[in-house]
Design a protein around this ligand. Sequence first.
Ligand code: PLP
Length: 393
Amino acid sequence: MVKNSFIAFARPSIGTEEKEAVLEVLDSGILTTGSKVREFETNFASYVGAKHAVALNSCTAAMHLALEAIGLKEGDEVVTTPYTFAATAEVVRYFNARPVFIDIDPATMNIDPQKIIDERGKSWHPEKAKAVLPVHFAGLPAEMDSIMEIAARDGLKVVEDAAHALPTKYKGRMIGSIGDFSCFSFYATKTITTGEGGMVTTDDDRAAERIRIMSLHGISRDAINRYTKDGRWKYEITAPGFKYNLTDIAAALGIVQLKRAEEMRLARARIARLYDEAFGGLEAIALPPGGGPDIVHSRHLYVIRLVSKKLSITRDLFIEELKALGIGTSVHFIPLHLHSYYRRQYGFEPEDFPNAYELYSDAVSLPIYPEMRDDEVARVVDGVVSLSKKFGK
Ligand SMILES: *Cc1c(COP(=O)(O)O)cnc(C)c1O
């Protein structure tokens, strides 16, 4: 093994069981949505404690169809955070509805429930809003009790962007069993992966059925099968749906990855502890929030903050210095309100969401994944410690 090779920011953990599962599907002759998808859905629903799980080809599709199922329409509002990936707000724009950004709480990096309350009737309007769409940033659960309470007061649905939140627990309950809809991602860098893939969980029978139908061209076989005996080839298009189904190839991967979700979380949690210990005493580095005793943090991301007053180097240069040491990093996220589309559409300025803007300005995501070797973790530790001393002030 090359000691000083570049440490990738993320790397999937794919073992022989995953490879064999995929080969089995390839040999079976059924490549697209079939029994493996059904098995993955059943396992997933019971894992998170939801009545229904519908597998889709992305988390973006999951959020889109959850919003479709609640009947989001033009002019409606969805309360969400600017501190997220493109998908979270674009799905609201698909309906010509308005994503209303509420700033984060810097202590959690998640949407600030008090600010949602303060902005009621100002930036969002109870008569227009249809949903709250929190993101469990980095895998730390958002304040779900407050969010559910705020939503209930105005009859809003809670649709969670749970792309980082498998497995995550809030006050002992799995994310996937709390809000009206939870949307998970199995993108290549996420906590479990199917290459590309997603899942939506819900306890709502009608919504689950609607999502299932809309994920495949709005086609309902049940509608026909209910009335005729020759339902084998007949189908009925009940709505102009989408093409969002997951393949059995992907689901075969997902079934194995789901079984390993906790083992992989423990591996990340161990790395997070090593980072916490190593960086805890550094004035120039602020640790990410770890959650409380009744919280399970998935540790999808480990986002440190550079304390700019204590450093003579910018965040961007800090990243360049780490890269020169062979350490891959990333920045989660460039807040949505800084992007040209949202600036143009809504006239945002960076200071409109100061907490999101400040976090973005000094955030660095460090590598954290089960495949990281101990010598790689040690090199990241050494790199961050030595740079924070070299450029400390
Ligand atoms: C990755 C990610 C998504 C999108 O997931 P896909 O499966 O790629 O659609 C959505 N939200 C957040 C916060 C993400 O990190």
